[in-house]
Design a protein around this ligand. Structure first.
Ligand SMILES: C[S@@+](CC[C@H](N)C(=O)[O-])C[C@H]1O[C@@H](n2cnc3c(N)ncnc32)[C@H](O)[C@@H]1O
Length: 181
């Protein structure tokens, strides 16, 4: 899904890289991957397991990346685990770090009929369970559009990769920062 969107001279940002398996694959196809995560432990695993990308701690919405430095940003299996109230701050940051004309792809869990809401379990499970929340197409498109992105396109994963499982029924959303006038 990502390969057609990459070019060999691109500087790419992976937001929420986890242990870096995808970042390493992408790193082999572009000039540079800057891979961000909020977790020091995860980044330590990524550096050991998947060397190549530049792994950088990113503790909050202010991304540790210069203005206009990125050609392409992607994020897989992250936004469905964040509170949608926090999305706009991250999307504004994506826009800031993308060069004019740069683009991005984010993975979302979308259900326009009955979006699954997050219910935090009690007790120990509540401490360690991963938050998961589905969104609507409208919420995702509005949030990216309000952050200043154009060409926001929502595609079911299964239409791209022929994946027929729970991930296949989720979505990827591409967007673009308008080129300089
Ligand atoms: C389910 S994992 C996905 C990892 C990787 N993208 C993949 O597909 O294998 C979600 C990752 O997002 C990271 N994460 C969660 N909130 C974040 C935030 N606000 N900023 C950066 N990373 C974040 C987590 O630490 C975790 O490594």
């Amino acid at each position: 899904m990502l390969t057609p969107l990459l070019s060999p001279d691109a500087t790419v940002l992976d937001f929420g890289c986890g242990p870096g398996f995808l970042a390493r694959e992408i790193d082999a196809r572009v000039r540079e991957v800057i891979a961000l995560d909020v977790s020091r432990g995860t980044l330590a695993c990524a550096r050991a397991l998947n060397p190549g990308p530049s792994y950088v701690l990113s503790p909050g919405p202010g991304l540790p990346v210069g203005d206009g430095r990125i050609d392409f940003v992607y994020s897989v299996a992250v936004f469905q685990h964040l509170d949608p109230v926090d999305w706009p701050a991250y999307f504004r940051e994506f826009r800031r770090v993308l060069r004019p004309g740069g683009s991005g792809l984010c993975h979302f869990a979308i259900s326009d009929e009955q979006p699954a809401a997050y219910r935090k379990p009690r007790g120990l499970r509540g401490c360690y369970s991963l938050r998961f929340e589905e969104s609507t197409t409208e919420a995702v498109v509005d949030s990216l559009t309000e952050a200043g992105f154009a060409d926001v396109v929502v595609t079911a994963m299964t239409d791209v990769g022929g994946i027929d499982d729970d991930v296949g029924r989720q979505h990827m959303v591409t967007f673009r920062r308008a080129p300089a006038a």
